[in-house]
Design a protein around this ligand. Structure first.
Ligand code: URA
Length: 431
């Protein structure tokens, strides 16, 4: 039977291509028709590019976000749980393993953390890919399993079910392969449609800026943060954003098992200072949003409470917390060619190198290597001598070393007699 569609995809594309506003009805239709498969992938690709080039105003972004929410089901954790809920989302960065220590840390204070996470996008790693490095760990949970785990453990990190914002699932994959990721309206609506649909009561956004972020420019990152905070607040979710530095990688590892190992160091009360600082800052925001202001966050890392919750969280999803993490079969070293102080370390170059080593995908659905990635030995502020090892690269496929070394070469800026200002991880707070 022929059904009549209310609009024509080509007219919608032309409207945005020519710099006009999309009407609410056009937006509702195009998102729904794309989800139904009536608007073809190439048509949505053209529209996404027109949006990237010509933008959308506040009303269009709100409507687009709600059309994506309406493409699927809505959960309501707040109603299903006896505990308050708090969630965080990062716009994606290099070495950004913060969710791993953060979720159990916040849950150790009796606040439920439902983390519906994704896989790697471009040069940025995905939380699910990282956790899958743990033998036995399972990303796919039913809604009932999630709610049961939130009640018993307090934290769950799992894949978003296919019913949650299916329009975003299709569009996210399409943007990844059509050069249309870096558009504020598309990033804001992608993130916020999932977060509003999952029904968290409060949300803390980690909006990254700098070389390794999708928004390299600070003004763009601020605009993205403002847009997302307004979308969340208008939808009844208590939302704040931290604007954070992604000019250099977070911590000293980029790659799946390598990042799990570093997260375990943080949960054991150690770990790199920048990872600890951001984990603690985000935990404070999440706990405050859930009404817990009188807690000593650092103490829960130092005394093992967060580690206990981690072990319960990983075991509940089949993970063997005592198993050895996978190690890549081959390594090579990158060495300094000058004496001096490291004044810069380009996050994008490190991310691309880890990705080329096999930590990320070059095609949708491709498996990633658990052991692959970059282990940094020198970072910003460190003194180096020519010949020192700056990084060890890990992979199971040594034929990848050539392109990975090429990607990371020149990532360190080494200057003689330079003084390096202290790195500020949290640049601003936007509420
Ligand atoms: N994370 C998302 O969920 N969507 C984007 O568009 C970018 C980062």
């Amino acid at each position: 039977m022929m059904t009549t569609e209310s609009f024509d995809a080509v007219d919608v594309i032309r409207t945005k291509r020519d710099g006009h506003r999309l009407s609410p009805e056009q937006i509702d239709w195009v998102v729904d028709a794309y989800t139904r498969g009536v608007v073809a992938e190439e048509q949505m690709a053209a529209l996404a590019m027109a949006i990237l080039l010509n933008g959308m105003d506040r009303e269009e972004i709100v409507r687009w976000t709600h059309a994506m929410i309406d493409s699927g089901e809505r959960l309501d954790f707040s109603a299903a749980l006896s505990l308050p809920t708090s969630d965080k989302h990062s716009t994606g960065g290099v070495g950004d393993k913060i969710t791993l220590p953060l979720a159990p840390l916040v849950a150790s204070f009796g606040v439920a953390v439902p983390q519906l996470s994704g896989r790697g996008l471009g040069h940025t790693g995905g939380t699910l890919d990282k956790l899958e490095a743990i033998p036995g760990w399972r990303a796919a949970l039913s809604t009932e399993e999630m709610i049961a785990q939130l009640e018993s453990v307090g934290a769950v990190i799992c894949a978003a079910g296919s019913g949650l914002a299916p329009a975003d699932k299709k569009l996210y994959a399409l943007r990844d392969v059509t050069g249309t990721v870096e558009a504020i309206p598309l990033i804001a609506s992608s993130i916020m449609s999932k977060k509003i649909a999952e029904g968290t009561a409060s949300l803390v956004l980690d909006v990254k800026t700098g070389a390794g972020a999708f928004m390299r420019d600070e003004a763009d990152a601020r605009e993205l943060a403002r847009t997302m905070v307004d979308l969340g607040t208008d939808a009844g979710v208590r939302t704040v954003a931290l604007l954070t530095d992604m000019s250099a990688p977070l911590g000293l590892t980029a790659g799946n098992a390598l990042e799990v190992r570093e997260s375990l160091e943080v949960l054991a009360g150690g770990g790199p200072a920048d990872v600890v600082e951001l984990t603690v800052a985000l935990a404070r925001e999440m706990l405050t949003a859930a009404g817990r202001t009188d807690v000593d966050v650092e103490a829960a890392l130092a005394d093992g409470r967060a580690m206990d919750t981690w072990r319960a969280m990983i075991s509940a999803q089949g993970g063997d917390v005592d198993a050895l993490l996978p190690i890549a079969t081959d390594t090579t070293e990158v060495r300094a060619d000058a004496d001096g102080v490291v004044t810069g370390l380009d996050a994008m170059q490190v991310g691309v190198s880890a990705w080329r080593l096999g930590a990320g995908r070059s095609r949708p659905g491709e498996p990633v290597q658990a052991g692959a990635g970059v282990e940094l030995h020198r970072t910003i502020g460190d003194t180096v001598r020519a010949g020192d090892v700056l990084a060890t690269l890990h992979t199971d496929t040594p034929e990848r070393f050539g392109r990975s070394v090429e990607a990371i070469t020149g990532a360190w800026t080494i200057e003689a007699d330079a003084t390096v200002p202290e790195r500020r991880i949290v640049i601003d707070r936007i509420a």
